[in-house]
Write a protein that binds this ligand. Sequence first.
Ligand code: PEP
Length: 249
Amino acid sequence: TKTLRPLIAGNWKMNGLRKDLDEIAAIRDGGVKVGGAVEIVVCPPFTLLAAAASLCEGSGIGIGGQDCHPEKKGAFTGDIAPPMLKDCGATYVILGHSERRLIHGESDALIRDKIKGVQAAGLAAILCVGETAEQRSTGQALAVVGEQLAGSIPRDVSIEGLVIAYEPVWAIGTGLTPTAEDIAEMHGFIRAKLEESWPGKAATVRLLYGGSVKPSNAAKLLAIANVDGALIGGASLIAADFLAIAAAC
Ligand code: PEP
């Protein structure tokens, strides 16, 4: 039995022009029908954040950023600060996505500082963790994720409101997904690790699965123990698919 309100978050990555705001309006209209049982959040590129937030204002559909800088403001050309996301109407921020870790070389220490900045601004972080194919095939998946959790969650913050997304790197955009047993093992492991450091609080943290979630596999993935929602890449760009996933909760 699941006790937490599921969260379905869409990561648009570097996709979306102003004409695609129609898709966000469609997500809003369909999401309102799915109702309050599921929390729906869309994370468009920075350029569409303010417009998406005003489209979704008052609808219950949330808006998030895909990354941010740890600091509040300053001489950081090209970066976006957490208070700027908040000012645009965002309530969530994805942090530590594997594309940030691998392409931009983000470390756990940097992600930890970003979480601090995000919490200070009153936003909720969606922290992504996950192993590569090689790490899984050599039996290191749990150790890698354990290290990411230990390194990227600040000790001195409350984990209430934090969301963690388990996204195996090899499952992102590939059509591949882990077995239900492997997802259950990893999500149970993440819950247990959080409980070690924040006794009594881990049960309140939503653990999302991400990686090739589609309407056709969503119900099965969302039914797995300790899966409290999903982070959706490709399928979140199409309102009908994203809404079908939300409806599968
Ligand atoms: C992602 O990158 O967060 C993701 C889950 O991508 P996809 O759904 O396209 O595999």
